[in-house]
Design a protein around this ligand. Structure first.
Ligand code: HEC
Ligand code: HEC
Length: 355
């Protein structure tokens, strides 16, 4: 026993000794990454951020393959809408970063909606859904657009029967849930599918994990501006780069935002801090789609917002240099990975495009 204990102590101490030698003797480290001095500086920077971690999954809706496949099919099926024309994917378009590329959404029979379609990339990481956080889970959220008269306009009480009449769906639900079609199962399947639309392996994540070559020098400068001069991290912090709180960033907009939900005047024009993973794939930006590019977003924050009377005191003029602004944009792009997550569009049961 004693022998093993001694060996264990030796193995614990050995790396410490090696590290000490490494710093004392420059030559000994020539084969390794040339980070030496920068090493400590990055450690401070990295400590300000949190790794994304695994997608949170509720206990009553585990990630089952049949459930996910069913959810994907439902997500793409326009028969979830009242006039059989709009699916979730009509507005959350995979190739447009799971949003729609428009400032404001276009809903049922062309009605223009009051807000922009947010992406569903990494939406599984939010505790509260919608720009104003009025839904507590993806399951609950999904009922919103299906029944909304300006979105899919489908009576929720009739949806299960409607799907039960489509050859193929009863079998898919049986396989996934071991029971018949219910509204509960419909939204569980959709939510499980949404939990697979994730961006989690970006250059930023690799940098956080210690791979200092993953970000370019400009992107690292951008990360520093994000955490320091730009003060972005005051709100965009924690896993998925959101504090999950509600702030008024000072957009020139009449939308009452969170106040509509809480009735509290302090919440006038406040919206949930947006997560930033995949941000480069789904312009335009903000709840009103008023900022066209990431450069516009950075200029907006740089000038301290556009003067909404309830602007958060956390939003102030930044006076960033052009170099800092470009670096910040480069960093935001590094949070996006190369492309928007894609999926193979499923064959819909008993569906004929001509119908
Ligand atoms: C007509 C366009 C449209 C359709 C169809 C649509 N959505 Fe949305 N979606 C939106 C808009 C707009 C919002 C934001 C509304 C708000 O916050 O007030 C939204 C919000 C969301 C959110 C919240 C994201 C976040 O950041 O909190 C999720 C998730 C979502 N939709 C999933 C779905 C699902 C699932 C379906 C199909 C059942 C669907 N959507 C159908 C336009 C649409
Ligand atoms: C006071 C908190 C706060 C600070 C500080 C802040 N943000 Fe935001 N950010 C938000 C909120 C809240 C939203 C959503 C606002 C809305 O749509 O009304 C948002 C939205 C965004 C969006 C658009 C997301 C989308 O999907 O449309 C980007 C990009 C962004 N912020 C980047 C930044 C950068 C870069 C900085 C630093 C220069 C920063 N933010 C500073 C809270 C903040």
């Amino acid at each position: 026993m004693k022998k093993y204990l001694k060996l264990a102590i030796f193995l614990v101490v050995l790396p410490l000794v090696l590290v000490a030698c490494g710093t004392a003797d420059e030559d000994a480290t020539t084969d390794t990454e040339p980070v030496d001095e920068a090493d400590d500086e990055y450690a401070d920077l990295i400590a300000k951020f949190d790794p994304l971690g695994d997608v949170p999954v509720p206990e009553d809706n585990p990630m089952d393959e049949d459930v996910i496949e069913l959810g994907k099919t439902l997500f793409f099926d326009p028969r979830l809408s009242g006039n059989d024309e709009l699916s979730c994917a009509s507005c959350h378009v995979p190739a447009l970063g799971w949003s729609d590329g428009k400032p404001l959404f276009e809903g049922f029979e062309g009605v223009e909606g009051p807000r922009r379609t947010p992406t569903i990339i990494n939406s599984a990481y939010y505790d509260e859904l919608f720009w104003d956080g009025r839904a507590d889970s993806l399951e609950e959220q999904a009922k919103g657009p299906i029944s909304s008269p300006i979105e899919m306009n489908m009576n929720l009480d009739e949806l299960a029967d409607k799907l039960a009449a489509i050859d193929g769906y009863p079998e898919m639900f049986e396989e996934a849930f071991g029971e018949e079609i219910t509204l509960d199962n419909i939204v569980k399947a959709i939510a499980a599918f949404e939990r697979t639309i994730v961006i989690d392996d970006t250059p930023f994540d690799r940098f956080l994990a210690g791979d200092y070559d993953a970000l370019t020098e400009e992107e690292i400068l951008g990360m520093k501006v994000f955490a320091n001069e730009g003060q972005c991290i005051t709100c965009h912090n924690g896993p998925n780069l959101t504090d999950q709180q509600y702030h008024n960033v000072g957009l020139d907009s009449d939308d009452e935002g969170r106040m509509e939900h809480t009735g509290d005047e302090e919440d006038d024009g406040a919206f949930r801090t947006a997560g930033l993973y995949g941000i480069a794939h789904h312009a335009p930006y903000m709840h009103d789609g008023s900022l066209e590019t990431l450069e516009d977003v950075v200029d907006f924050y740089d000038r301290g917002g556009d003067g909404h009377p309830n602007t958060s005191p956390l939003i102030t003029e930044l006076n960033l240099t052009d170099e800092q602004k470009s670096a910040l944009v480069a960093f935001l792009k590094a949070l996006s990975g190369d492309e928007s997550p894609s999926v193979e569009v499923p064959d819909l049961p008993d569906y004929d495009e001509e119908e």
